[in-house]
Design a protein around this ligand. Structure first.
Ligand SMILES: Nc1nc2c(ncn2[C@@H]2O[C@H](COP(=O)(O)OP(=O)(O)OP(=O)(O)O)[C@@H](O)[C@H]2O)c(=O)[nH]1
Ligand SMILES: [Mg+2]
Length: 195
């Protein structure tokens, strides 16, 4: 499934601003600067749809994109960004958690991790929390273009072990080369199809 007909809908800073739950929803989560916004741009084939940055903390608020009349994509702010004040981090954390907890139409959370980094405690926490809440999630290891084949396999295996992820259930991805795009499209299609 190609995700082409997509437009920015709104940026949500408190739960009361959430759009009506009329379409299935896919949220994109991960630590700051991991490449969430870049992944969405690659997925929809529009380089400039979502603002990205070399500096962490670019995405603020929950950014909703509408995919034709089929689904919402939600680009979440990154977690674990030290340069925003602690209070601000807590606000985001509360907003993201309440959103994930209460959003009944949430079909899947794409949990994005940097293939170069070891298993991070915040990702482990998110994954176990999603499991506990019985929310479907899809692990994606991104920026694979930054590693050679061997290192890529080794790091992927370490992340699998660190988060108890089966290698058949996660996707290796690169926003730069487009690797993993079709696999991701296939995996997400089942959450978007209505009826
Ligand atoms: N080489 C390479 N760089 C990438 C990839 N994905 C993202 N980047 C770079 O990583 C940086 C962060 O990307 P973003 O997409 O803004 O990351 P984000 O997770 O949305 O960041 P926040 O919104 O700040 O949480 C940018 O400089 C991107 O160009 C990738 O697959 N390969
Ligand atoms: Mg972003």
């Amino acid at each position: 499934m190609k995700f082409v007909d997509i437009k920015f809908l709104l940026s949500v800073h408190k739960l009361s601003q959430l759009p009506p739950p009329t379409l299935p929803e896919i949220a994109f989560a991960g630590r700051s600067n991991v490449g969430k916004s870049s992944l969405i741009n690659t997925l929809v084939g529009r380089k400039g749809l979502v603002k990205t940055s070399g500096r962490p903390g670019k995405t603020q608020g929950l950014n909703f994109f509408q995919l034709a009349d089929q689904a919402y994509f939600v680009d979440l702010p990154g977690y674990g960004f030290a340069r925003v004040s602690q209070g601000m981090q807590n606000n985001w954390q509360t907003l993201i958690t309440s959103y994930l907890e209460t959003r009944t139409i949430l079909g899947c959370v794409v949990v994005i991790m940097d293939i170069r980094h070891g298993a991070k405690v915040q990702d482990t926490q998110l994954i176990s929390w999603l499991k506990q809440q019985k929310i479907a999630y899809l692990p994606v290891y991104t920026k694979v273009d930054k590693l050679s084949g061997n290192a890529r396999q080794k790091n992927a295996a370490a992340l699998d072990a660190g988060h108890t992820i089966n290698s058949s259930q996660r996707i290796l991805f690169s926003a730069k080369s487009g690797q993993g795009k079709e696999e991701l499209e296939r995996a997400l299609a089942s959450f978007v199809v209505i009826g």
